[in-house]
Design a protein around this ligand. Sequence first.
Ligand code: MG
Length: 303
Amino acid sequence: MGAEATYEIIDPRFHGLFNGNARLDHLYSGCRWAEGPAWFAAGRYLVWSDIPNDRQLRYDETDGGVSVFRAPANYSNGNTIDRQGRQVTCEHGARRVTRTEHDGTITVIADRFDGKRLNSPNDVVVKSDDSIWFTDPTYGIDSDYEGHKSESEIGRSNVYRVDPNGTISAVITDMVKPNGLAFTPDESQLYVADTGRTHGADNPAHIRLFNVKGKKVSGGKVFAEPTAGLFDGFRLDEDGRIWTSDGPGVSCYDPDGTLIGRINVPEGVANVCFGGFKRNRLYICGTTSLYAIYLMVNGLKTY
Ligand code: MG
């Protein structure tokens, strides 16, 4: 189950971030499009989405077992855990963002903007002030493969913030297909991937960096361009490095924007998530499979 991991050291700063003896663990196969990993620290399990199969799966760290967590799952995509330890989920099929409460009931966080249905929420993060930020490209309504084919009512793919009182605001409106997103450790900046390239060769394929001050979002310079594929989902480590999906592997960027290293994976990677008791195991959603690898760094603590 462990394949020798292949690392590419692109910048000397990547030395010391990985353990050369660590294996790339192949934990599960049988997905069609694995996405949306989220680590439940208290339960010692990882939940992720298998979008075309309309289900969520759960990997149990204690015994390595994988079981179906939720099916149907409204073609869920991105998941995260909020500051209170509750699951927050983007649902392509129901075109909404939901929270699974501690008692298991589901609360709708957002399903409309300006009276119009959302496209198909893709990925989500929760800020320390309990505001919920999510991207809303059209992948879940472009075809019946990842949701239900339909027209966009909004006509744009925006990034939204939902305040704790339920108010929804469009905070970034100039992206083509906003996708993965994550705050810097001090939450003063927000990284957002744009996978617009899927809808045209001249469209963007990059991560942008926005400034966040209170409710004001500004800036948006291009932070990085992928070298192997497209940036979809990503997470940060404690030191603010970005570990991102990028074709068949995970690319690691220093906060200054330099690509410093890469972990090669046998399949295209859609998203990653730090987990384990010390948050030093990187879980990798790679098309049909769930992989994991222990690193010498710890994921940013977000709850
Ligand atoms: Mg995504």
